[in-house]
Design a protein around this ligand. Structure first.
Ligand SMILES: Cc1cc2nc3c(=O)[nH]c(=O)nc-3n(C[C@H](O)[C@H](O)[C@H](O)COP(=O)(O)OP(=O)(O)OC[C@H]3O[C@@H](n4cnc5c(N)ncnc54)[C@H](O)[C@@H]3O)c2cc1C
Length: 406
């Protein structure tokens, strides 16, 4: 082994790029950061302040070629795999969490349509998505809360389709998306579970949506929806009449857990970057020291960065493992355990890191602005399903070798 003897740059330690970015994805990351800086960040605070859906930012993401990133190149997508998806989501989230969350949900919806849908359905929806149309997932219901795999709504047969009646508690991009994958039950299913997925277009009769007013992610329109006597034609059913739980475990959960974890990690890094910047710039005239000049502050920055990098390394290890699984022809449900650990950790550390970033930023961090926004946005992570309580239970059950799911 030959060791390079080059002297380090003026004693300043250079962080190797592979520590923060999986090999081969550097260009994608660079492009994502450029979009983040030029397109997402300038609109982020206005979207937060006014609770405005980040349509222009999502359009910019689609125009950059990121409308269907996990879909293969032959079918019109980017073919970036799950590692590419994670790199993009983590990078975007450093600039605008609302746009990123809408895009993560959209990407999971597109992949579900692609995986569970027919060729005809793919051809009907994928071209629109590449031009900037938005998809969304309408799963959680007020009756069963965060147990989004246990919906109570149903859609019995009616003529040449289904009569859908469903109440949804939170749908990211509610009223803004062009189409929704609605999870419901087919009451007469002969499958092992009755779950059925229906594609509902935005302008169908009986589709209602309601405002989203929340502490964070204020731009992402995650409000409730009602589907009242919506007639869904049979050609808009994805897959079979029931039995769709398979796609929960193999597409929706894996993409959702990976993408949202990337989002929490990106928010944490964005908050810490803002805190580092302000700690370096703010100088106390009496001591002549910058805030970053105090050792206790530097230790706080270090502790926060170590937490972020611990989650980031889990993120890319998991994403690369998932890509490997696909390559080996294995199903993604074999990756659920690492995804549970990843999401729980990412959603925990974002709370801790955004809190540290605010502390380091002093009273200025508490003022309405960037740092407090990161804290509000990141707080959603532990609450979004599967919540951290549910995930810790599944992890604990797995550790003592009893079935995780009852
Ligand atoms: C910003 C945002 C965006 C969202 N976007 C979407 C979306 O696009 N599509 C969608 O379908 N859903 C979406 N959701 C819903 C989300 O996935 C959860 O379903 C929702 O946050 C759960 O909230 P709840 O009030 O129903 O919780 P509840 O289920 O009432 O939970 C309340 C508390 O009980 C705990 N708890 C619940 N069950 C258990 C259990 N079995 N064991 C131990 N503890 C338990 C929870 O962890 C929580 O602490 C979104 C939610 C948010 C906040």
């Amino acid at each position: 082994m030959a060791i390079n003897n080059t002297v380090l740059n003026e004693g300043i330690m250079q962080i190797p790029s592979w520590w923060r970015c999986p090999a081969g994805h550097e260009k994608l990351r660079e492009k994502a950061h450029a979009i983040g800086k030029n397109e997402l960040l300038p609109r982020a605070s206005i979207s937060d302040k006014e609770g405005r859906y980040p349509r222009e930012s999502l359009k910019a993401i689609a125009e950059a070629g990121f409308g269907a990133v996990t879909i293969s190149v032959e079918d019109g997508g980017l073919g970036a795999g799950l590692t590419g998806f994670a790199v993009l989501a983590e990078s975007f989230a450093q600039y605008c969490a609302s746009s990123t969350m809408c895009w993560v949900m959209h990407t999971a919806a597109v992949q579900t349509l692609y995986s569970a849908g027919s060729n005809e359905q793919r051809q009907r929806y994928i071209p629109g998505v590449l031009k900037g149309e938005i998809g969304a997932l309408a799963f959680s219901e007020p009756a069963t809360g965060s147990h989004f795999w246990n919906v109570v709504s149903s859609a019995p047969r009616r003529g040449n389709g289904y009569l859908l009646n469903a109440e949804k508690s939170f749908v990211t991009s509610a009223g803004e998306a062009d189409w929704y994958i609605v999870c419901t039950n087919y009451p007469d299913s002969i499958e092992s579970d009755k779950l059925m997925f229906l594609i509902v277009d935005k302008n169908q009769d009986g589709v209602e949506y309601f405002p989203f007013s929340a502490m964070g992610l204020r731009g992402n329109a995650s409000g409730p929806m009602k589907f009242k006597d919506v007639l869904v034609p049979i050609y808009n059913r994805l897959g079979s009449e029931g039995g769709m739980n398979f796609f929960n475990d193999n597409v929706i959960d894996p993409l959702f857990l990976l993408g949202t974890s990337a989002c929490w990690i990106g928010i944490a890094q964005g908050a810490l970057n803002a805190a580092i910047d302000s700690a370096r710039k703010k100088v106390h005239q009496d001591t002549g020291q910058s805030v970053a000049g105090y050792q206790v502050i530097r230790h706080e920055l270090a502790k926060a960065q170590i937490l972020i990098d611990s989650a980031r390394n889990m993120l890319y290890r998991t994403a690369e493992g998932m890509d490997q699984c696909i390559e080996n022809g294995q199903t993604l449900s074999t990756c659920l355990y690492p995804l549970w650990e990843l999401k729980t950790h990412a959603a925990d550390i974002v709370i801790q890191v955004t809190n540290q970033a605010l502390q380091v930023s002093g009273g200025r961090g508490y003022l309405t602005g960037q740092v407090e926004k990161y804290l509000r946005d990141g707080r959603a992570g532990a609450l979004m399903g599967p919540t951290n309580e549910i995930l810790r239970e599944w992890i604990g059950r797995t550790l003592i070798e009893v079935p995780w799911f009852e």
